[in-house]
Design a protein around this ligand. Structure first.
Ligand code: CP
Length: 394
């Protein structure tokens, strides 16, 4: 992670391998909190998270809202309707209004690529990109990495964690022997895993953020689609490209499906959805080609019957709802990192993580370093050991 005092999360590139690992470590803390009878901690008491969603969302908006509330932050929401944007107010003035009302963080989704980055130039509060056009969806990439890292911790792909064991006869329809892949989980958590991202790559912010994040964690990423649904240039993407799903499916550990983004024109560049489904959808005959240990992922929303047949969304090897569930601890980790940790805690040491855990539970900062003091400013006066955590607004 280039800057341990992360202020915004605009792109998955803001984190790097080390930053992703730190978010995952914090998500583990919050996953434990979420299992409690009362899944709430005082970590962000006094903070206000603004949720500005100028494009439809179910998972991202609701899990950010849940995450903020479980951290004891207040939330204010703004949608594409019902705001003074419809009276001609600019996004800039809207954001400055949210800041004036007292927001500490702005979680923003917008149909245009680059809006969160531009907004971050106009405001001093933290900005989180919750999806901008075709560009990026960094928290979805964090969720997907976390979901796969958790599967790996359970022993996948060697162990049977989905009801489908990895046996020689299960590796594809060709009856090939297992081809053991080199992996050293202690080095990079997804090393040795081959992930095929299939579908409307061109219009998918998830494909871009996931390709970067999966590669950073050591996975091999293959993009599978028809040329009209691929970006014009992929030279900066750390991926291979394949057009024929059936030629590669038997070698995948993860089949990551994407929907056709009709609202961005994805449906207009292919002859029919039926033809697309014939070539790229996961159906029962294609499921037979997929190694039995392979996992099925999808960021949602799923268009059942288009990119995946109705029943396979609910197959034992489908992680779709696990991805949704992991959205809450991951987004708690991101909000915590930006609002509590960025001003007062370097997340590049185990000692800092342990201090964070104390703070999560008590709302009190138990220690701070000279460097922390140097980096803090304004009302974020660092508290000293034993004092209540002013930094967290407690
Ligand atoms: N994955 C995702 O971003 O879903 P929503 O559009 O429902 O937020």
């Amino acid at each position: 992670m280039s800057d341990p005092f992360l202020h915004n999360l605009l792109s998955i590139e803001d984190l790097g391998e080390e930053g992703i690992a730190k978010v995952i470590a914090l998500a583990d803390v919050f996953a434990e909190v979420n299992k409690r009878a009362i899944p709430k901690v005082p970590a962000l008491r006094g903070k206000t998270v603004a949720l500005a969603f100028f494009e439809d969302s179910t998972r991202t908006r609701l899990s950010f809202e849940t995450a903020a509330r479980r951290l004891s932050a207040d939330t204010i929401t703004l949608g594409k309707t019902g705001s003074s944007l419809n009276k001609g107010e600019s996004i800039r003035d809207t954001v400055r209004t949210l800041e004036a009302i007292g927001a500490d963080c702005l979680v923003i989704r917008h149909p245009c690529a680059g809006v969160p980055e531009q907004v971050a130039r106009w405001t001093n509060i933290s900005v989180v990109n919750a999806g901008d056009g075709w560009h990026e969806h960094p928290t979805q990439a964090l969720i997907d990495c976390y979901t796969l890292v958790n599967m790996r911790r359970l022993g996948w792909p060697e162990e049977d964690v989905t009801g489908n064991s990895r046996t020689s006869e299960s590796l594809g329809s060709q009856g090939e022997s297992p081809s053991p892949r080199e992996h050293a989980p202690e080095e990079l958590p997804l090393r040795g895993i081959k992930i095929g991202i299939v579908g409307d790559i061109k219009h998918s912010r998830v494909a871009r953020s996931d390709s970067i994040a999966f590669s950073r964690l050591g996975a091999q990423v293959v993009l599978v689609s028809t040329p009209p649904l691929l970006p014009t240039s992929l030279s900066f993407w750390p991926v291979e490209v394949v057009h024929d799903l059936d030629s590669v499916i038997g070698d995948l550990d993860v089949l990551y499906l994407l929907r056709i983004q009709t609202e961005r024109g994805g449906g207009r560049v292919i002859p029919t959805l039926r033809e697309y489904s014939l070539l790229y959808a996961l159906n029962s005959s294609r499921r037979a080609l997929l190694p039995r240990h392979a996992l099925i992922m999808h960021p949602g929303p799923v268009n059942r019957g288009v990119e995946v047949s109705y029943d396979l969304v609910d197959a034992p090897s489908s992680l779709v709802l696990k991805q949704v569930a992991n959205g809450v601890p991951i987004r708690m980790a991101v909000l915590y990192m930006l609002l509590a940790a960025s001003g007062g805690l370097q997340l590049d040491s185990d000692a800092s993580l342990s201090t964070a855990m104390t703070h999560v539970e008590t709302g009190e900062w138990m220690a701070y370093s000279e460097d922390t003091e140097h980096r803090s400013s304004g009302s974020s006066t660092p508290s000293v050991s034993g004092q209540a955590g002013e930094r967290a607004g407690v």
